[in-house]
Write a protein that binds this ligand. Sequence first.
Ligand code: GDP
Ligand code: MG
Length: 163
Amino acid sequence: MKPVIALVGRPNVGKSTLFNRLTRSRDALVADLPGLTRDRHYGEGRVGERPFLVIDTGGFEPVAKEGILHQMAKQTKQAVAEADVVIFLVDGRQGMTPHDKTITDFLRKSGRPVILVVNKAEGMRHTAVVADFYELGMGEPAVISSAHGDGVADLVELALDTA
Ligand code: GDP
Ligand code: MG
């Protein structure tokens, strides 16, 4: 079985941009993935000789008056349950938000290996973009730009080594 990477994070952090970058050289619609739900959010990628599956999620859309955990689509919970490793994206331009903390709590309870990743970091000093996120207690964040590709190959190698 190919390792499964789930992309998780609040809306607008760049999950789908990363998903598209990881899967763009291949057909992002995977016809037959044994054991996994067939869904347009599943794609196949490869870094070097290492193939992997990646799951995009959009299920953290918050709605006023209700807790974010109640708003999480089943799809996202399922993606985390199916994942060998979770890439947890945060936004280096916007900085930390309460939703990031809530998602951190959820991911910690899931027991899955999680890599915290600060996205949108093109043109920014790494030490500055990560500083905000140490308090999540997930260690040294990886730093990428999904839009430009900076750090993405290294991140996938790390994810596959962690899976
Ligand atoms: P999602 O809601 O997490 O799937 O986020 P999207 O992939 O739809 O991206 C949300 C917005 O952030 C879009 O306008 C993207 O173009 C932008 N974005 C995504 N990645 C980057 C990045 O690396 N740098 C910058 N500056 N913008 C990005
Ligand atoms: Mg998206």
